[in-house]
Design a binder for this molecule. Structure first.
Ligand SMILES: [Zn+2]
Length: 102
């Protein structure tokens, strides 16, 4: 370690940041992280509080008029219903197998 690196390591602000262990407090990655897109502006959705998603442009920049947030769990439930009712149908599964099956 150089003298300069030692000075940086000894700085009380650097020590305080390291003590916070901020890298362990990152938000969890969810199944839908990065996937939902806002129907109004086409931008991404971001977590709002622990259980909600909302248009990032609306919440952070005020650049979108879609101000409603919705529960992440409600979106997951809707996706599961759509998968069950529309995707996992015999005709769709047969089509998938004929296209991608061995
Ligand atoms: Zn938007």
């Amino acid at each position: 370690m150089t003298a300069r690196q030692g000075e940086i390591e000894d700085d009380r602000r650097v020590r305080a940041i390291k003590q916070s262990r901020f890298w362990e407090q990152r938000r969890k990655v969810h199944l839908l992280t990065g996937l939902p897109q806002c129907g109004c502006c086409g931008g991404g959705y971001a977590a709002v509080d622990r259980d909600y998603l909302a248009s990032s442009a609306a919440r952070k920049l005020g650049a979108c008029t879609q101000r409603r947030a919705f529960r992440r769990g409600d979106l997951m439930a809707l996706i599961l219903v759509l998968l069950r009712d529309r995707v996992m149908q015999p005709a769709a599964v047969a089509s998938f197998i004929s296209a991608y099956g061995s």
